[in-house]
Design a protein around this ligand. Structure first.
Ligand SMILES: NC(=O)C1=CN([C@@H]2O[C@H](COP(=O)(O)OP(=O)(O)OC[C@H]3O[C@@H](n4cnc5c(N)ncnc54)[C@H](OP(=O)(O)O)[C@@H]3O)[C@@H](O)[C@H]2O)C=CC1
Ligand SMILES: O=C(O)[C@@H]1CCC=N1
Length: 266
């Protein structure tokens, strides 16, 4: 696959790492206005660093956009003359809707929106996908890419805002939970390195139980909570302090912020 990433910042670099590590490219063009931040990719076979978005588009079939929302419209206008029927456009941009992309490049283009997360760097991204009518003919290509770099789910575009919070921002939310459990482990007597090790592998094990067994979390909780035991004592204290409620409220705040980001694009 001849892939270009337009905007190789935090997410773009994560995608590049995932693609390179998983041997998922024939060629990979990485663009950025200031190339200093992506020198780590210099020297990889068939990986090219450039400030020239149009050159990257000309040399590639699949164009993944990972710039901030405010930069996207100008970039689409700049590359528009180079777009041909071979190109599949994959946007990871938050709050930039497909009809708006179609207004700029035309509804005849293959347009896909992807919402991956930074775990794509290690092949573990939960990525949600949607497309325009034309893009539906190429959605298998996007599924092939993102399933190779984790797990993907096709959804209607109307759910993309929620998917951004749950999956993309979700990495940051889970990091805070892991950090908090690490801090507790230190207070309970482990050194910092050990504490993080315990927190990381315990959270990985908990998620793996659900993925492997397909159970509801409460079924797994029931197996851990010995009657009159320490687990239910801790869980109930966390809920008295608003654990579930604060997580839900934080995610709703995140969702509402995306509505404002969308308004800023109009
Ligand atoms: N970070 C994340 O986890 C996720 C982000 N997203 C979405 O991905 C997009 C990028 O986010 P993120 O990676 O965090 O942002 P960053 O700011 O880290 O990356 C954006 C990059 O775009 C580059 N850029 C800006 N203008 C141009 C241009 N004209 N041509 C080429 N490159 C350009 C910038 O580099 P320079 O200034 O050198 O050009 C910068 O490195 C956003 O729309 C975000 O909503 C979606 C899911 C997850
Ligand atoms: O924080 C943001 O706006 C972007 C979108 C999801 C993850 N990072």
């Amino acid at each position: 696959m001849k892939i270009a990433i337009i905007g190789t910042g935090n997410l773009g670099k994560s995608i590049a790492k995932g693609l390179i590590t998983n041997n998922a490219i024939t060629s990979l063009y990485l663009t950025k206005r200031n190339l200093d931040g992506i020198q780590e990719f210099d020297g990889y076979k068939n990986v090219f660093l450039t400030t020239d978005n149009t050159e990257a588009v000309k040399q590639s079939d699949i164009i993944i956009f990972a710039v901030q929302p405010a930069h996207f419209e100008q970039i689409l206008n700049d590359i528009m003359p180079e777009l041909t029927e071979k190109h599949v456009l994959i946007s990871t941009i938050t709050g930039f809707l497909i009809p708006k992309i179609e207004d700029i490049v035309g509804a005849d283009k293959f347009i896909i929106r992807a919402m991956p997360n930074t775990a794509i760097a290690v092949g573990k991204s939960m990525t949600c996908l949607c497309s325009n009518e034309q893009g539906a003919k190429r959605i298998k290509i996007a599924e092939a890419i993102f399933n190779r770099l984790g797990h993907s789910l096709s959804i209607p575009e109307s759910q993309m805002q929620a998917a951004t919070v749950v999956c993309a921002s979700g990495v940051a939310f889970w990091m805070r939970l892991i950090r908090a459990t690490t801090q507790a482990a230190i207070q309970l007597g482990f050194d910092a390195k050990e504490a993080q090790e315990l927190a990381m592998y315990t959270s990985e094990g908990a998620a793996s139980l659900l993925i492997t067994n397909g159970n509801h979390p409460e079924e797994e909780i029931d197996r851990v909570t010995t009657p009159k035991g320490c687990t239910i004592e801790g869980l109930n204290e966390m809920e008295h302090k608003g654990l579930s409620s604060s997580l839900i409220q934080g995610m709703i705040a995140s969702f509402n912020k995306i509505s404002n980001i969308k308004k800023e694009q109009i």
